[in-house]
Design a protein around this ligand. Structure first.
Ligand code: OGA
Ligand code: NI
Length: 353
């Protein structure tokens, strides 16, 4: 990536990170160990935990969890295999490069909000094949089967990744049930949307950057899917926009924890009771950083709209329905190359009051 910051990475002045950003501990920290002791009555009995999750989703759209049940050695294995992969030559990595038809594999020129990110990534889907629409055209019914692209070296990346995926997926379903209960819905109310899920895992590598005050690892954005379960290393750099005052705050790395954030789909399902949080990644000039988000996404054919149980005459639906598969397809298109238009957001489906 050169030793200077090319202008394609440079953020507009108002989006650059301030050097004074604070690392806060006020982000909700939730201990999930009660999950290990649920009796036959099920998760409903964990009213304290459900209330904590509900408050965190409402007030922050963002929280950290400990005692989450994902074995640490699975994270270590995917982490070290990914590190070996990113250490390969650019030519080697490009052998599994993403292309316009299949966005899985290696990519180092992603754009968020039309500015290039200071990062390289490796993407894979959790279920193979993953079915998505073949095009973003609304009336095109054709679908496409996505398959992963695995490098020949390191060989263990494939197995380590899939094993990790199965463990994090379990955690994601548990969190989804807790969120469902926190909205006074049955535990499995949201799970059915994930039957032919389009979830994916991304390994992010943020190399040291000579101009950390100018560029971002990932520009400000909200995650478009259901829920994100993110592992970060001990370097730090994830910033969240705090809802109470709009200030950017840094999420302090906690060993063996996950960061959970509400995605746009949960915002729409909950009819704005929960809001997805805007976040971004700051980089630094000394240390590289790794993170591994699991993006928990529903089936492509799911029509996303406020849940019937959560709307009423006094509280009418705030969004028109939209198709998740087409939405995702349009977003992928816009981060593949720099476009001159604003990319698609759920605000485009908002019903004006
Ligand atoms: C993302 C993201 C955060 C991080 O990839 O969508 O927000 O800490 N990553 O890498
Ligand atoms: Ni994100």
């Amino acid at each position: 990536m050169g030793c200077e910051v090319d202008r394609v990475f440079i953020q507009a002045v108002e989006h650059r990170p301030k050097p004074t950003i604070i690392e806060v501990s006020g982000i909700p920290l939730i201990d999930l160990s009660p999950l290990n002791s649920v009796g036959p009555e099920g998760l409903q009995s964990l009213s304290g935990l459900i209330a904590e999750v509900g408050a965190a989703c409402r007030d922050w759209g963002f929280f950290q969890v400990i005692n989450h049940g994902v074995p640490l050695d699975l994270l270590d294995r995917i982490g070290s295999a990914a590190k070996e992969f990113f250490a390969l030559s650019p030519e080697e990595k490009r052998k599994v490069r993403r292309d316009e038809m299949n966005w899985l594999g290696y990519f180092d020129t992603e754009h968020t909000k039309n500015v290039r990110d200071w990062k390289e990534v490796f993407d894979f889907v959790v279920h193979v094949p993953t079915v998505i629409p073949a095009s973003y055209e609304a009336d095109d019914q054709e679908v496409q089967e996505l398959r992963n692209r695995w490098p020949t070296y390191p060989l263990e990346l494939r197995e380590a990744s899939m094993e990790y995926a199965r463990a994090v997926e379990k955690l994601a379903f548990k969190l989804l049930e807790l969120i469902s209960l926190s909205l006074d819905l049955p535990a499995d109310r949201l799970s059915t949307f994930f039957k032919e899920q389009t979830s994916n895992i991304r390994v992010n590598h943020y190399p040291p950057c000579p101009g950390p005050h100018l560029a971002l690892g990932v520009g400000r954005h909200k995650d478009p899917g259901g829920l994100t379960v993110l592992a970060q290393d001990d370097v730090g750099g994830l910033d969240v926009k705090r809802k109470t005052d709009g200030e950017w705050v840094r999420v302090k790395p906690i060993p063996d924890s996950y960061i959970i954030n509400v995605g746009d789909i949960i915002q729409v399902w909950s009819n704005d009771r929960y809001e997805s949080a805007e976040h971004r990644v700051s980089v630094n000039s000394e240390k590289e950083r790794y993170s591994i988000p699991f993006f928990f996404n529903p089936a492509h054919h799911v029509m996303v709209k406020p849940l019937e149980e959560l709307v009423s005459e006094e509280n009418p639906a705030k969004y028109k329905e939209y198709n998740w598969g087409k939405f995702g397809k349009i977003r992928k298109q816009s981060n593949f190359k720099k476009l001159d238009i604003e990319n698609l957001q759920i605000s485009h489906f908002k019903i004006s009051e």
